[in-house]
Write a protein that binds this ligand. Structure first.
Ligand SMILES: Cc1cc2nc3c(=O)[nH]c(=O)nc-3n(C[C@H](O)[C@H](O)[C@H](O)COP(=O)(O)OP(=O)(O)OC[C@H]3O[C@@H](n4cnc5c(N)ncnc54)[C@H](O)[C@@H]3O)c2cc1C
Length: 250
């Protein structure tokens, strides 16, 4: 039997166990890398969902070697991609040691915190590694030429830690319906498009004046999610419009 930790949402697409071949590793920042895989068959999922990678096939509930990662690829792609903050853990080591054509076991898709076309106005309030499902969602909106009005407020410590900056800058330039603000907490931003500071009430009020009209997505490590939920509370946003996914395990 597969064990899911408490608080993990069940999926809205049929969950399966499947195998996929490793294709390549892409370095995103000094501490973040993406891993691309070719699944044995097309995996249907919704942008925003996650899956479980299982390096211990004998003991599927081994949560040191079997971990949840969000899709950072869009459902429109033929490959699947996950993106991990690389740590000293055995799991990070196993990912980093993958060689082309190695076969890996997955379980998924999972998660209900997903993009829906009827969310006409969206804001993502994101810190650090929480960007992964946002890349899947914006990639999907862009590829499908959808006109949902999207704002992303994306906070990192330093400029070099902004994962997917190239992709985000491209969408910001090419897609009129996508606005992106980078905020940096640990240095004075060199890039004139960056804002200095944490995502707090003032920063949101200054940059997302119509937040109460938007569906709010918050993804990331639990402490970050809690802090940003607090900001939404301060701003008196309707709780029903706030969708959060905790990256439990950080
Ligand atoms: C829905 C979801 C989506 C996620 N998406 C991503 C993603 O896209 N990218 C990403 O990098 N990470 C994501 N994570 C987190 C990921 O699953 C790992 O937990 C995280 O990357 C840390 O793993 P590690 O091997 O580097 O750290 P470790 O060194 O193994 O763990 C770091 C710390 O967390 C503790 N811990 C580990 N596992 C758990 C657990 N299951 N419950 C409670 N505490 C635990 C450890 O004791 C340790 O103190 C997601 C998690 C969830 C639940």
């Amino acid at each position: 039997m597969l064990l899911l930790p408490e608080k993990i949402n069940l999926g809205v697409k049929k969950m399966e166990i499947f195998k996929a071949k490793f294709i390549e590793k892409i370095i995103r920042t000094p501490s973040v890398a993406s891993f691309r895989f070719a699944p044995e068959k097309k995996i249907e999922f919704l942008a925003g969902q996650f899956l479980k990678i299982m390096f211990d096939e004998q003991n599927l509930s081994n949560n040191k070697l079997n971990k949840y990662l969000s899709f950072s690829s869009s459902p429109a792609e033929s490959y699947i991609e996950v993106t991990k903050r690389i740590t000293e853990s055995d799991f990070s080591g196993r990912l980093g040691a993958l060689k082309k054509d190695d076969v890996v076991l997955f379980q998924g898709p999972l998660g209900k915190c997903v993009f829906k076309p009827e969310y006409r106005k969206i804001v993502f309030l994101i810190g650090g590694i929480g960007i992964t499902p946002v890349i899947s969602i914006i990639g999907y909106v862009f590829k499908e030429k959808l006109d949902n009005d999207i704002v992303l407020l994306y906070s990192n410590k330093t400029e070099e830690e902004i994962a997917f900056k190239k992709e985000l800058d491209f969408w910001r330039q090419e897609a009129r319906n996508v606005k992106i603000y980078y905020s940096l907490t640990d240095c004075t931003p060199k890039d004139e498009k960056c804002i200095y500071g944490r995502i707090d009430k003032g920063m949101v009020q200054d940059n997302v004046r119509d937040i109460k009209e938007r569906t709010i997505f918050i993804f990331g490590p639990p402490r970050m999610v809690e802090a940003i939920q607090g900001v939404c509370l301060e701003l008196e946003c309707d709780k029903k419009r706030v969708l959060s996914e905790n990256f439990i395990g950080y």
